[in-house]
Design a protein around this ligand. Sequence first.
Ligand SMILES: *Cc1c(COP(=O)(O)O)cnc(C)c1O
Length: 373
Amino acid sequence: MRIETLAVHAGHTPDLTTGAVTPAIQLSSTFERDPDGGYRAGHVYTRTSNPNRAAIEQVLAQLEGGSVAVAYASGSAATLAVFQALRPGDHVVAPTDAYFGTLRQLREIFAPWGLEADVVDMTDLESVRRALRPTTKIVWVETPSNPLVRVVDIAQLAELAHSVGARCVVDNTWATPVLQRPLHEGADLVMHSTTKYLGGHSDLLGGALVSRANDDFVERLLLMQKLGGAVPSPFDCWLLLRGIRTLPWRMRAHCDNAARVASFLSTHRGVDAVHYPGLESHPGHAIARRQMSGFGGMLSVQVRGGRDEALALTYRLTLFTRATSLGGTESLIEHRASVEGPVTLAPENLLRISVGLEHPDDLIDDLRAALDT
Ligand SMILES: *Cc1c(COP(=O)(O)O)cnc(C)c1O
């Protein structure tokens, strides 16, 4: 089945008792035990399972082509669960341009627990190979990445991971399963911040892991979910499922709009550089072309001048909201360097843009007016 159909139909069954076509939000924290000692739908207590959460786990597993999905309260909680499933002395290789919260977890939470980590430039496969150790358990991959929208080869990185018996985990938040299927490229686990495109409306917080195999590592991830309790609320799960139903069509529009905005910006004299994998000048363009079915809705732009010129531009825009995050219907713009602080890799004149679902001509008019002022 094609992904548009899957997104609409996965986990979709009208309610047996009411006939309701749209699922209810099951707010109950607890479920009745039957006289035979069992539970009629298998749910006991909402921390361990809930109908709304079960629905999104089923849908996410199908969208990524995995065998099982485990949902968490945020993308960060999902990332945390992966590292918590490891043991002291285990080793992780992560990219220099991973989501900054991922790197902070490794440094500030897991280093004191004895988890070892090397952070390397993953566009250079040789430096990944050199970082691998017999104790490497995870090669963490993020593509396209923040804030330079760099693209790396999942298949090659998965092969490197497997050469030392490590798992390849891909943060697929920016691409979504519509544009990129890491499990098909050889990765073992996909991580999502469902807060972003999957939810799609900037109104929920969630995360998920999708595994290719239903193995002992998944058992550990489920343990973190059920015993740790960092689970999404039934309402957030319901909103997420509602968002996923339109995901393939939203991604198409995000890609079209971002391509239009990127090509406009790349010809403007007020711009030093545009980072968008759809541009032929982008260093990861060839990999993106092979690995992705579209180039996504995220881009970054380096404004001629410096930090002050970049920040001033954001105040002249009327359609781009100055806010962090991405993947919603509205376009967002953000000065990453001041958000990430001194550890940032973002150039001072860089603005990151989440291109929304407005008409691209309106977005371009707004950018042109702000750049020409
Ligand atoms: C937002 C984001 C995260 C963190 O997810 P939260 O839901 O905010 O905890 C991780 N990775 C990427 C690529 C993200 O964009």
